[in-house]
Write a protein that binds this ligand. Structure first.
Ligand code: IMP
Ligand code: MG
Length: 405
């Protein structure tokens, strides 16, 4: 079995958590490769609901859970989630010793920076993830391994922060608690992955956020602070690019966005709130109501190209079946010209107007093993427009509510 990479194709919250949990069984290890506890991955099994922010969402379905070097690790969140899986599973957890730590100072800075931006705030999750990556780039951030060494000196980091505030939180307790959490979990993810592959096993890489939130290729500056596409995987995990394996893109059959920034297919509040309530579109990390819009094939085609997606999983089809006359954006109009090229519009997204086809109606009829004929028509329409096979269709939160095609 080849390695598998699962990535989000919109602004996050595509339903990756459920898909990863569904597929995890076949893989020896599941690896988180980007972001930090800004993510919120929801998994429902047998009526029980779990939200993971840091551990891979396969926590209920895989033996080895790994956090790669390119993740920003908040030891406090890690501690809570390790406790959860100790209660419900028998997984091993491995955190790469090169991963960046998030301390209370970065959370403070996240909030401070948002205040500074005033009216143009990004709407971050305030989990300190952006500042942690920034400290890493400044060579000030402690890595996981630094925490466990006796001679690591935190004073350059503290000196930096003292420029911003003379009322800094004391890191003594944070250090002690973090050491006790991480002490038994630290290792070399890069080497472990190589060993698994060399022995004939395969691994699954779990993305967080989505392509349109990618630091370089997304809707900057309204993006997250790490790579979110398949290109970030080899860098983060410390593996050669060829070991990324098959790339599976996850898309929801409408669009949501949480936080600020352009959103060409965004709906007015009446329609948005109808879909938000039916689809329970509230942030899994912050509880914020998500902005809602129609499916956007222009940005999806871009995300598919960026990631090298070879197959798609479509989520929340059950929600769409309850929306009468829903629409799909097939092109943008920019300065009076029609275009399907998202790249060309990336600097002018707040000026494009979506060109829709629609009203679709899909029968809310789900039997084991077969899509209703209207649902099948819709799925085939998407495959044709996106030039990509749809191999999984999810029509409910539970692991069992999934079609394989
Ligand atoms: P940050 O990643 O907390 O810095 O937030 C930057 C932007 O990314 C904000 O618009 C967040 O709402 C968004 N964001 C970060 N993580 C997620 C996620 O897991 N799902 C959806 N949006 C996210
Ligand atoms: Mg989420």
């Amino acid at each position: 079995l080849e390695n598998l990479s699962v990535v989000g194709l919109q602004w996050g919250d595509e339903g990756k958590g459920k898909i990863v949990d569904y597929l995890a069984e076949d893989y020896e290890a599941v690896v988180r490769f980007n972001g930090g506890s800004n993510a919120g991955h929801t998994v429902v099994v047998g009526g029980d609901k779990y939200v993971f922010h840091l551990l891979p969402s396969a926590a209920l379905n895989s033996r080895k859970l790994m956090i790669a070097a390119g993740v920003a690790v908040d030891p406090q969140v890690l501690s809570e989630e390790v406790e959860t899986i100790r209660r419900i599973g028998s997984n091993t957890v491995l955190v790469d010793r090169r991963a960046t730590l998030v301390s209370p100072l970065e959370k403070m800075l996240d909030a401070l920076l948002e205040d500074m931006r005033g009216g143009s705030a990004l709407g971050t999750t305030k989990r300190g993830v952006g500042p942690a990556y920034a400290m890493r780039a400044l060579r000030l951030a402690p890595r996981v391994s630094d925490l466990l060494s006796d001679d690591f000196d935190l004073s350059p980091l503290r000196n930096f922060y003292s420029i911003l505030s003379d009322d800094l939180p004391d890191l003594g307790r944070w250090l002690d608690e973090s050491r006790s959490v991480l002490g038994n979990l630290v290792g070399d993810v890069s080497q472990e992955l190589e060993a698994i592959n060399d022995a004939g096993g395969s691994v699954l890489f779990e993305g967080s956020q989505g392509a349109l939130l990618d630091l370089l290729h997304g809707t900057y500056p309204f993006v997250t602070s790490s790579g979110t596409t398949s290109g970030y995987i080899p860098m983060s995990a410390g593996i050669p690019p060829g070991r990324v394996g098959r790339v599976l893109g996850v898309m929801k059959c409408y669009t949501t966005r949480v936080g600020s920034g352009p959103f060409p297919t965004e709906l007015g509040e009446d329609k948005a709130s109808e879909i938000r309530e039916k689809g329970r579109e509230f942030g899994a990390t912050t509880g914020r109501p998500r902005r809602v819009g129609w499916l956007d094939l222009v940005s999806l085609s871009y995300a598919i190209r960026l990631n090298g997606v070879k197959e798609l999983a479509v989520s929340k089809l059950d929600i769409l079946t309850r929306i009468k006359e829903f629409r799909v954006c097939e092109a943008y109009s920019l300065d009076g010209e029609q275009t399907e090229d998202f790249s060309r519009c990336i600097g002018s997204l707040d000026r494009v107007s979506p060109i829709y086809s629609g009203g679709w109606n899909v029968e809310p009829e789900f039997r084991p093993g077969a899509l209703s004929s209207s649902a099948r028509k819709f799925v085939e329409f998407l495959e044709e427009r996106l030039h990509t096979d749809i191999t999984l269709v999810s029509y409910g939160e539970d692991r069992s509510m999934t079609y394989e095609r």
